[in-house]
Design a protein around this ligand. Structure first.
Ligand SMILES: *[C@@H]1O[C@H](CO)[C@@H](O)[C@H](O)[C@H]1NC(C)=O
Ligand SMILES: *[C@@H]1O[C@H](CO)[C@@H](O)[C@H](O)[C@H]1NC(C)=O
Ligand SMILES: *[C@@H]1O[C@H](CO)[C@@H](O)[C@H](O)[C@H]1NC(C)=O
Length: 246
């Protein structure tokens, strides 16, 4: 079964080079997406009822274009999934060694219900060892950047700073514990940031200076995607791009 899945992905990857979209429908399906891996990650789906599918359109260099369609009901306070792209090699660098980490993200809701509760977010993982899976015992910090948070949802913990300016945008910063790591979430104080273009180093520097994140921490993973709670939406990621230069 596992081998069958892998060979399907290999074929999907070939088809993708000919710009034929690949759609994932299984709860934990993943597919190669150029420099990234696209995963459905329906880790919280049991808290509700619904479905979600993610489609890869294209990938080139450090950029990727994809879409996710979802319908979720019940458990309005529970995240159902984190459909995301994870960069396969923008990791393993110590924060102190990063010269620049340019990232751009243009996205839109092609359709979205008025009762939607969902974020559109970066999920960046750091830790003491150079490598470690996201949300693992190797994780020290989970750094979220919410480009959108609709329907009154809140990040883990409590809001500790209001209206700070980082990377040219205004944010409210939330902080709280989760399992073995600390979650630090920058939530846009400007509404949806649909045409985002920043240096992620600005966020790292802010956290090192103001939130006790050690400069010796290693970036273990950079993910971007969406966390739906309830409602339905068709989220188009026109172009997401990220790289780390040391
Ligand atoms: C996802 O795909 C499945 C299987 O094709 C379909 O039954 C379901 O309606 C789709 N869900 C959404 C939200 O598009
Ligand atoms: C992670 O948390 C569990 C439960 O609190 C604890 O037993 C374990 O030692 C922790 N692991 C690390 C690496 O901190
Ligand atoms: C996506 O964004 C990157 C970084 O800004 C850019 O280099 C690339 O050309 C863009 N790709 C498309 C298809 O617009």
């Amino acid at each position: 079964m596992r081998f069958q899945t892998l060979s399907t992905f290999a074929l999907a990857s070939t088809a993708f080079a000919q710009s034929k979209p690949v759609t994932l429908t299984g709860a934990f399906d993943c597919a190669p997406a150029g420099a990234f891996t696209l995963c459905q990650n329906q880790w919280g789906a049991r808290a509700g009822v619904g479905s979600q599918n993610s489609t890869l359109f294209s990938a080139s260099g450090n950029s990727v274009s994809w879409e996710t369609n979802w319908v979720w009901a019940n458990g309005p306070n529970s995240v159902k999934t984190y459909a995301n792209v994870i960069h396969n090699s923008a990791k393993g660098m110590q924060l102190s060694s990063i010269k620049t980490a340019p990232s751009s993200w243009s996205w839109s809701y092609k359709t979205v219900s008025s009762d939607v509760r969902a974020d559109v977010s970066y999920d960046i993982w750091t830790g003491v060892p150079a490598s470690g899976d996201p949300a693992s015992a190797a994780s020290s910090f989970e750094i979220m950047i919410w480009l959108s948070g609709r329907g009154g949802i809140q990040p883990v913990g409590s809001q500790i700073v209001t209206g700070i300016e980082v990377a040219g945008h205004k944010w409210n910063l939330w902080r709280g514990p989760n399992s073995n790591w600390t979650v630090l979430s920058f939530v846009s104080a400007e509404g949806d940031l649909t045409d985002f273009n920043v240096d992620l180093k600005d966020f790292f520097d802010y956290l090192i200076t103001n939130q006790g994140v050690a400069a010796t921490q290693f970036v273990q993973a950079i993910q971007t995607g969406t966390e739906p709670f309830v409602g339905n939406a068709d989220l188009l990621i026109d172009n997401f791009s990220v790289e780390i230069q040391t």
